[in-house]
Write a protein that binds this ligand. Structure first.
Ligand SMILES: C[S@@+](CC[C@H](N)C(=O)[O-])C[C@H]1O[C@@H](n2cnc3c(N)ncnc32)[C@H](O)[C@@H]1O
Length: 289
């Protein structure tokens, strides 16, 4: 493989970005396909004399980048990988690419349940790539979790991601519509969380091409007002949570007060709408009585 100077690499990088796309996507491509980490890039910026040997040559990387730009295919699907928290996850067009703001759900949970040695039984509804459940199962090895999804292909990816991330056995995967796969666990769950499809039909039509054309529709659309799935999840929750069990949902940027009311109408207490990195009320949490 050819060794390339820092100057050439940095110029190459700027040339790719001038075609479109964002730096984060390009750096992900460089890391996964080229073997160049963010740390390597920072070192090259500091020392122009350095050289680097890519895993693949620049033409191959450029071909992938050009496809990303010309067809708006998310880079994560082209390289089959994304990073989320400290996980490296396999992703295909069968699963939503987990978003950075969703990472906050893990922080909220770890804050609610501070004592990490206590046993706890959790479920995730609509796990997709498995990001949330895997991160939680790894952070809390004494907890037991079930990750569900209606899509078998998504579950296959999620369970592979779990196996690739650890040797732990505290997470299982089950297929079905929202609460159905948990019918044997009525009244037994300490914690349920979900990032359900919540995009209103008309908003879906306006989504960026990369999302609309490539990410699974079933992961995004939430009906006329976007709340179809959230209503079903909140209404079902009292039958499955233990008393004082927690429900945590992600919602669309403008749904916070409606979801908060839904929680209150279904006997939840300590209900709060929590903000994402941009200060938007993106998550609703509450305790069942
Ligand atoms: C917005 S994605 C969230 C994926 C993942 N939890 C994340 O945060 O990246 C919603 C997920 O819900 C699943 N889903 C959609 N409808 C469902 C249903 N009726 N029952 C169970 N899961 C469903 C989709 O397949 C998708 O994986």
């Amino acid at each position: 493989m050819l060794s390339i100077s820092a100057k050439e690499i940095l110029l190459w990088r700027e040339r790719q970005l001038s075609k479109g796309g964002c730096r984060e996507s390009l750096d992900l491509l460089l890391e996964i396909e080229g073997g160049m980490s963010r740390d390597n890039i920072n070192q090259l910026i500091l020392n122009f004399e350095q050289k680097f040997i890519f895993k693949k040559d620049c033409h191959q990387l450029e071909k992938i980048w050009d496809e990303h730009i010309s067809k708006s295919i998310p880079i994560q699907y082209l390289i089959g990988t994304t990073f989320w928290r400290d996980l490296k996850l396999k992703v295909t067009e069968k699963v939503l690419i987990p978003r950075p703001e969703t990472e906050l759900i893990i922080d909220f949970i770890l804050r609610i349940f501070e004592k990490n040695s206590e046993k706890l039984f959790f479920a995730e509804l609509g796990t997709g790539s498995g990001a949330l459940s895997i991160a939680l199962a790894l952070a809390r090895p004494f907890w037991e979790g079930i990750a569900t999804d209606i899509d078998k292909n998504a579950l296959e990816i999620a369970s592979k991601n779990f196996i690739n991330s650890s040797n732990q056995k505290n997470l299982s995967f089950t297929c079905g519509h929202w609460w159905n796969p948990l019918k044997h666990f009525r009244g037994e769950l300490d914690l349920v969380f979900s990032n359900p499809p919540y995009i209103p039909n008309n908003v879906y039509e306006e989504l960026p091409l990369g999302v609309k054309n490539f990410e699974p529709k079933i992961a995004l659309i939430g009906g006329q007002d976007g709340l179809d799935h959230i209503r079903e999840i909140v209404k079902g929750a009292p039958s499955f949570l233990k008393e004082k069990g927690w429900l945590i949902l992600e919602n669309h940027f403008d749904q916070g007060s409606q979801v908060e009311q839904l929680f209150l109408d279904n006997e939840f207490t300590l209900v709060e709408v929590l903000k994402d990195f941009s200060g938007i009320g993106r998550f609703t949490i509450g305790r069942y009585k």
